[in-house]
Structure formats: C-alpha cells, structure tokens
Design a protein around this ligand. Structure first.
Ligand code: AMP
Length: 220
C-alpha cells in the first residue's frame, strides 16, 4: 500500500509519517531526508540539490522524481511505502501515478495534515532536529531532557539552515502555490483524508490512526 503524507512545512508530516510507517512496517521514503543525507555525504545529488534547498525552493522535478522513484522501485518499496514530502507539485504527482500504474498499483491514501499558517511559522522557528535519527523537538513545547542532545538516540540536535524566518516564508509561499493544489487533485480521486494537525503529537497520531482504521488500513 502506498500512502502519501501531505502538508505544509511544519505541519508535522515527517513525525507522523515515521510513526505510521513503523506501525504498518512499511518502507519510509522522505525526499527532504534523502536530499539532506546526500548533502552530508557530498554526493552529486547533494551538490545539485544544495542551492535550491538553501533558498527554500523546490529541487527540479527531474532530479527529485528520479531519486524517489528509484526508492519505490527498489525491493524495499515493492510492497508499498509511506511517502513524506513527495510529491510536492502536480508534475511530480502525475509522474508518480504513471510509475505506479506501470506496476498495476496506485496511491491508496493521502493523509493531509492541516495546520494554520501562524502555527506553522511558530513551530518552524523553534524546531530542533536530531542529526542522527531526525527526531523533532520544539525548544518551547517539547524540549529534549538534555540540552542539544536527542532523548531517543543521544545524537546532536541542530536547527535546519532552511528554518530561518526568510526561508520559511519562501517555503510556505511555494507550498501554497505549488503543493496545495495536490489537496484537490487527490480529493477528486477520492484518496484524501484530512486531519487536524493541531494538538500534541500523540493526539494527531490518534486522529490519523482512526482515519486509516476507518479505511481498514490499520487494524487493532
Ligand atoms: P523537507 O525536509 O521535506 O522540508 O524538504 C527540504 C527541502 O528539500 C525542500 O525545501 C526542497 O528544497 C527539497 N525537497 C524535498 N522534497 C522535495 C520535492 N518533492 N520536490 C522538490 N524539492 C524537494
């Protein structure tokens, strides 16, 4: 089964997608994480993506779609996957549909996590991320036990360079012009599950599980 997590930067889609992937024992493919890993490793992909990421712009479709489809077509992605951060525009969504149709598959559900823009700006401004396991902390709402260290794995926490006020504004603009049209695109296909993304991580997870349960994706 293929499930997309859709939402603005800061909506919590990465956190929630990772939880759901673990529960469903599904492959987890996060395009932003793949780019950041490539950047850290200094690969060609990382070098190509860097300038776009720093400015808060989308990496060109050709590079992004190839990277994600390679993961979907790898043995780990065969049974299905949770997609986080991809697709981010209509061209990517259509390329994904086409690739899955070629395998007689399709997108099963799209979990759209909805959060008001003011709350997104606040969350991104106080976000710290673990360099090692990508766990997310809020300096104010959910600080780590030990300053600068991840509670889960002990890794170092850092603030993403694209979480500065100016870049956040750019990313939110790109989200509303390029990514938000996907809400309609998947609603028309009858795939959209709209989830209220305000509240604690556990509350939001509960809402997602209830919605997927209703659709018989999660049992128990
Ligand atoms: P994220 O971690 O999902 O917020 O992604 C971080 C950055 O990676 C984005 O601001 C883009 O520059 C790039 N990126 C991630 N996913 C995509 C995508 N589907 N299409 C284009 N660029 C992407």
């Amino acid at each position: 089964m293929y499930i997309i997590f859709l939402g603005a930067p800061g909506a919590g889609k990465g956190t929630q997608a990772a939880v759901v992937a673990q529960k469903l024992r599904s492959a987890y493919i996060a395009s932003g994480d793949l780019f950041r890993q490539a950047l850290e490793q200094g690969t060609d992909l990382g070098i190509q993506a860097r300038a776009y990421m720093e400015k808060g712009q989308l990496v060109p479709d050709e590079i992004t779609t190839r990277m994600v489809l390679e993961k979907i077509e790898a043995p780990e992605g065969e049974a299905g996957a949770i997609l986080d951060g991809f697709p981010r525009n209509l061209e990517q969504a259509e390329a994904l549909d086409k690739a899955l149709a070629g395998k007689n598959r399709g997108i099963d559900k799209v979990v759209y996590i909805k959060v008001p823009e003011k709350e997104l700006q606040r969350r991104l401004g106080e976000r710290w991320v673990c360099r090692h396991c990508q766990a997310v902390y809020s300096a104010k709402k959910s600080p780590p036990g030990q300053n600068g260290k991840c509670d889960r794995c002990g890794g170092d926490l850092y603030q993403r360079p694209d979480d500065t006020a100016e870049t956040v504004q750019k990313r939110l603009e790109i989200y509303s012009t390029q990514t938000a049209p996907l809400i309609d695109y998947y609603a028309r296909k009858g795939r959209l599950l709209e989830i209220d993304g305000e509240g604690s991580v556990d509350e939001v997870t509960g809402r997602i599980e209830a919605a997927l349960h209703e659709e018989e994706f999660v049992t128990g």
